[in-house]
Write a protein that binds this ligand. Structure first.
Ligand SMILES: C[S@@+](CC[C@H](N)C(=O)[O-])C[C@H]1O[C@@H](n2cnc3c(N)ncnc32)[C@H](O)[C@@H]1O
Length: 207
């Protein structure tokens, strides 16, 4: 596996310890996190299994180094850019695990409109904080969905408590933006209100 933006390399260590991966590349763009990662790897004695790499996105990762590619804890637009700067990800055998902190809609839209399929989504919580994880893979299948889907994804049909909480957060954010631009850009504001309505309709279908 490759963990892009690994920081302390906790995830590659966990994957190796739990037999989820046989080897890992722990990559980060900044030297300081990479030195944190080195400390963790040494602490767990995994120097022969985890390769530390200074890399901007996947630029210094070779295609044969990873089947599972994780990008977690970054902005959605940054994650989308990284995927599209890496042609070797357009391969059905490569599995993406993406955990954007913001701009979830950009990640879904870019994946779907560029030949990737979203295989599943999962939300989770740590304390008050909610997280979304998207599992995706290249399928050479371009799909254009209505806007609401890019904001809500699979969550209206999810049955976890955190799915509903996450959607509530998405709707609150849309509502805030729609209210803020109501005077300056009425057309865009109405578009956002319509998206909220469509997400709510989709949730009702699940009741
Ligand atoms: C908030 S931390 C996330 C750490 C870990 N992945 C997690 O989810 O807990 C973001 C990390 O991504 C790294 N990063 C930011 N931009 C990057 C890029 N373009 N390529 C690789 N790493 C990057 C940062 O240096 C930082 O260590």
């Amino acid at each position: 596996m490759a963990d892009i933006g690994t920081d302390h390399a906790y995830l590659p260590v966990w994957c190796l310890q739990n037999s989820k991966a046989q080897s890992a590349v722990a990559a980060d763009i900044n030297p300081k996190p990479l030195s944190n990662a080195r400390k963790t790897v040494e602490e767990y004695g995994l120097e022969d299994k985890i390769n530390l790499r200074l890399s901007d996105g996947l630029k210094n990762i070779a295609p044969d180094e990873a089947q599972e590619i994780v990008v977690a804890g970054m902005g959605g637009n940054q994650i989308a850019d990284m995927i599209f700067e890496t042609p070797w990800l357009r391969d059905e055998s490569k599995h993406l695990v993406l955990q954007p902190m913001t701009h979830f809609e950009d990640v879904r839209r870019s994946l779907c409109e560029n030949g990737f399929v979203i295989e599943s989504e999962q939300t989770t919580a740590e304390g008050e904080r909610l997280y979304l994880v998207i599992s995706a893979r290249f399928a050479d299948k371009t799909c254009f969905y209505p806007d609401w889907y890019y904001y809500a994804g699979e969550l209206p049909h999810g049955n976890r408590e955190t799915d509903a909480l996450f959607l509530k957060k998405v709707i609150a954010r849309l509502q805030k933006r729609a209210d803020a631009i109501k005077e300056s850009d009425n057309k865009e504001s109405n578009k956002l209100f319509k998206i909220i309505e469509e997400i709510e309709n989709e949730c009702r279908k699940n009741l």
